[in-house]
Design a protein around this ligand. Structure first.
Ligand code: HSE
Length: 300
């Protein structure tokens, strides 16, 4: 029996929500098919992800899951990778969450969503050395998710009233081990004043999404801790964000660990202005890029 599942791309953080917020979008998707084999081994079939299961996000998640559930079968994992790697679009989490969903179905494990997030998170260790659950929560729940605890893993799906359209500005930059590097740039300690400002903005942004208040989303979606610490990796971000707001975008943020920029738009936004403004700004930096217009994935 073969079981296939998919997970979409996602944008983690959403400004002030470092490691606790994520949004699932239809821009790209990974499809993962699993099938039992009689070799007793996990084998990966994929054009563009590592074939060693210990280095593969989907492989590592299933290894942990099989160990905990004492399942000894051989498994073939075929990954059809649509989410581009290394661009802050939740690529590693998409493969691991799709694999865990497929495995759960194949072996009738009846895992809860949070248990599936827990196992999918192991894949992030293969990708960047740290098991953060934000992107993988998108692959399991869809929509906008909030991590309320990591030990044990607990996730709440946020029932947002304001559903903007999305524009992803995807610069053609590849940085070796980018997520690992970007995570190492985040400060280990912050001043209490910065903490107060950050929690205030995060709360305001969530109120904006929950109550449908456009201005609250714009005022809240600002981060001077994590995005600022990573600015050297994406020096064009500030210019793109202020240009997008001048064109009446709702707001913008770095998608996950970047370099993609996520712009929230609605009917009041001048999207053509954003397209030409982006061309001008990234042209100045000598960067090729892609703009993908997409929508939020409500759920699976
Ligand atoms: N929250 C993570 C980060 C997402 O910003 O490092 C990257 O996978």
């Amino acid at each position: 029996m073969k079981i296939k599942e998919l997970s979409y791309s996602s944008s983690a953080n959403l400004g002030p929500g470092y490691d606790i917020l994520s949004l699932s979008h239809r821009a790209f998707k990974d499809e993962v098919e699993i099938e039992e084999n009689n070799t007793g081994k996990i084998r990966i079939f994929s054009d563009n992800t590592p074939e060693d299961p210990m280095k593969n996000t989907a492989g590592l998640s299933l290894i942990q899951l099989m160990k905990d559930r004492k399942i000894k079968s051989g498994i073939d994992i075929t990954i059809n990778k649509g989410v581009p790697v290394g661009l802050g679009l939740g690529s590693s989490g998409a493969s691991s969450s799709a694999a865990v969903k497929a495995f759960n179905k194949m072996f009738d494990l009846n895992l809860t969503n949070d248990e599936m997030v827990y196992y999918s998170m192991y894949g992030e260790i293969a990708a960047c050395g740290s098991a953060h659950p934000d992107n993988v929560s998108s692959g399991i729940y869809g929509g906008m998710t909030l991590i309320t605890s990591t030990e044990p893993v607990r996730v709440r799906k946020i029932d947002i009233k304001y559903k903007p359209h999305l524009m992803l500005v995807i610069p053609d930059i590849k940085i070796e081990e980018k997520t690992k590097l970007a995570r190492s740039m985040v400060p280990k300690n912050i001043d209490i004043k910065d903490m107060v400002r950050q929690t205030s903005r995060l709360s305001l942004m969530l109120l904006g999404f929950l109550n449908g208040e456009r201005q609250a989303i714009r005022d809240g979606m600002n981060d001077e801790i994590v995005e600022k610490s990573r600015n050297g990796l994406f020096p064009f971000y500030g210019e793109i964000k202020s240009m997008a707001i001048d064109e009446n975008a709702v707001s913008a943020c770095i998608s996950g660990a970047g370099p993609t920029i996520l712009i929230f738009t609605d009917e009041r936004t001048n999207k053509n202005g954003i397209i030409s403004g982006t061309d001008e700004i990234l042209g100045k930096y000598g960067l090729n890029y892609k703009i993908v217009e997409t929508e939020i994935v409500e759920g699976y």
